[in-house]
Ligand binder design. Structure first.
Ligand code: 0L1
Ligand code: MG
Length: 267
């Protein structure tokens, strides 16, 4: 991945500080390519890696990863043509049924995802969906609360990757299940907001099968010289479209075979 780097180390650090400020103090910033129009995907991952390094240095614990932009609908909605990955830390996790504050978020939106918990390390390149299924301990339903820090959702792939794929909060819940007991390709999901159905989908929306998205993530990690360690919590990407939430909203995500995940949003 380093072969396509165009940014100097000092630019990477500068952009990382800009993204970190926007994330930790919840304000919107212009997309990074306004200032660095030649920024590549590799540059985006270099900024993201620096962000991860700084968070870990401050005591945040890496708990896993997320695949993003994994459905055709989402790619079209966002005007990008390849998926992305981002890291997840303990500070982003919220308990099931909890009240989630929006005052420390910019543009919160929710999406329903299948999360995988790994029982063995996975290493690319060449990781396949079969490898992922063999290395999975169990799956569980999750809701990701994404929060693009870019003004008016105007961004490109390099900027989103630098912003850690819009990662902000996540909630796991429902029932943990073994992959052998499920058809992971055809799981239906219904999302309710304030008691009304607002989105629905089937898990095949995620690259044909959610395990394909995890394999893609492992292969991107390999490009960065990293592996997916056993014990990781990994979200495979939105099955439903991302829906904006505000204080007062309550969300219930109902997953076929996996149970429900719920939360409410407060100031
Ligand atoms: O989780 C994701 O699909 C990443 C979305 C990145 C863009 C956005 O903020 O919608
Ligand atoms: Mg997502």
């Amino acid at each position: 991945m380093s072969s396509n780097l165009t940014l100097l180390r000092e630019d990477i650090v500068r952009l990382c500080e800009r993204v970190e400020g926007a994330q930790t103090r919840a304000y919107a910033i212009p997309k990074l390519t306004d200032e660095y129009p030649d920024m590549t995907i590799a540059d985006g991952y270099a900024v993201q890696s620096e962000l991860r390094r700084r968070f870990i240095e401050k005591g945040h614990k890496l708990v896993g990863w997320k695949a993003g932009l994994t459905s055709k609908a989402k790619m079209q909605q966002m005007g990008v043509n390849v998926p992305s990955i981002g890291f997840l830390t303990d500070r982003m996790a919220r308990p099931e049924s909890s009240a989630i504050s929006t005052s420390d978020l910019v543009h919160p939106r929710v999406e329903c995802e299948v999360a995988f918990v790994m029982k063995s390390d996975l290493q690319g390149p060449g990781c396949t969906a079969q490898d992922v299924l063999a290395a999975t301990d169990y799956v569980l339903p999750a809701v990701e609360i994404i929060d693009s820090r870019f003004s008016g959702f105007k961004f490109d792939l390099a900027s989103v990757i630098a912003d850690n794929g819009s990662s902000a909060r996540f909630v796991g819940g429902g029932r943990a299940r073994y992959v052998d007991d499920l058809d992971l390709k055809t799981l239906g999901v219904v999302m309710e907001k304030n008691g009304e159905i607002v989105a629905m989908g089937a898990s095949a929306a995620v690259m044909g099968h959610p395990a394909e998205a995890i394999a893609m993530l492992v292969n991107i990690l390999a490009d960065m010289g990293e592996i997916l360690p056993a014990g990781s919590f990994v979200m495979s990407g939105g099955i439903t479209e991302a829906l904006a939430v505000k204080p007062g909203d309550s969300i219930v995500a109902r997953f076929q075979e996996l149970g429900t995940v719920s939360m409410r949003f407060v100031e």
